[in-house]
Design a protein around this ligand. Sequence first.
Ligand code: NDP
Length: 400
Amino acid sequence: MGKVLIIGAGGVGTVVVHKVAQNPDVFTEIMLASRTKSKCDVIASDVQKRYGVQVKTAQVDADIVPELVTLLNDYKPELLINVALPYQDLTIMDACLEAGVNYMDTANYEPKDKAHFEYSWQWAYKEKFEKAGLTAILGCGFDPGVTSIYTAYAAKHYFDEIHYLDIVDCNAGDHGKAFATNFNPEINIREVSQRGKYWENGEWVETEPHEIHKPLNYPEIGPKESYVIYHEELESLVKNFPTIKRARFWMTFGQEYLTHLHVIQNIGMARIDEVEYNGQKIVPIQFLKAVLPNPGDLGENYTGWTSIGCRIKGIKAGKEVTYYVYNNCSHEAAFKETGTQGVSYTTGVPAMIGAMMFMKGIWKKAGVYNVEEFNPDPFMEQLNIHGLPWVEQHNIDLEL
Ligand code: NDP
């Protein structure tokens, strides 16, 4: 059905390439491009061995618009899947507009010099994409992504009004390392060390980092201490579902992880500004990334599960109802299938399904959209087929 270009050859990019290669009826030609071409070649050769599918590879610096435009004009893909870093979102969107290519990503734009993310920068491209007749799909990983689609599905089928939304994200896996992050360390540490924030009664409420926490029970896992942190899908969900009175995002952290995080911050290794070292300028968090385990290599000894879902309370036909929808994903099964751990897997599979929705013409409209603005039903159907089956529970105690 179409040609796809994937940018970014990290853990998530690896899963996306495996998954698009598993669906040759939809993705007829595949190219993987990234800053370091040798990483693309390793992935391409593994995919060739496993599925007999050819993946072209290329080198590109996605910070540089003209480089991207040349690549896009040479290869002419229908859709570009951006699984590089959030820093590249805007340059890639600019290049897509210039070359007439549709766009999709899994994380919203973040400037390199400020640990701050929000959708405004990308939403500002809406008119440009509309005028160009191109589609941009934002946030199509698991969270954001599947959690947003779970919410849209709940609103469509089970609620007249959603009042309370709690997104619960548990990683109960064990990778055997004292400290490691499950995706890009720089992005991950910036995300989890910021101040907490949630939506209540029409405004954002700020908290100290990790100030609100409680144990929540996760299916097949049991109780895990869960912390309110700010997460990007809250911004678009409260806009697209205005009946929401309160929206929060909870993530589990082990005590060991938090202790390491506090030490890293206290000794200045989470700093994102340049410091002078031996006559050279270095950014401490980038140096830290170089010495931490590579998230892409954690898979081999990773055991246990992730469990991510939405706990929702609202009304249907005048009655209060509750609903919990979630997926549990095994790190071991993810590694067996794609050579990566569960966090990369749960991000890469939805990215492939979003691309499939676009290629089939189901999610195709000119402009810039968050995933919950499309029909959730065909996407939910594909989750069950491609490795992320979901479970529903109705009218239970949500613990929240
Ligand atoms: P990695 O750090 O493992 O991979 C990032 C890749 O992007 C690397 O191959 C890197 O190249 C490449 N890259 C970085 N800068 C450039 C550039 N300027 N030009 C071209 N390529 C570049 O990250 P992950 O795979 O863990 O994460 C990928 C994305 O997925 C991130 O944006 C992350 O925020 C998002 N994500 C989303 C989630 C969700 O559920 N929505 C969950 C987890 C992650 P090199 O190898 O040379 O460094």
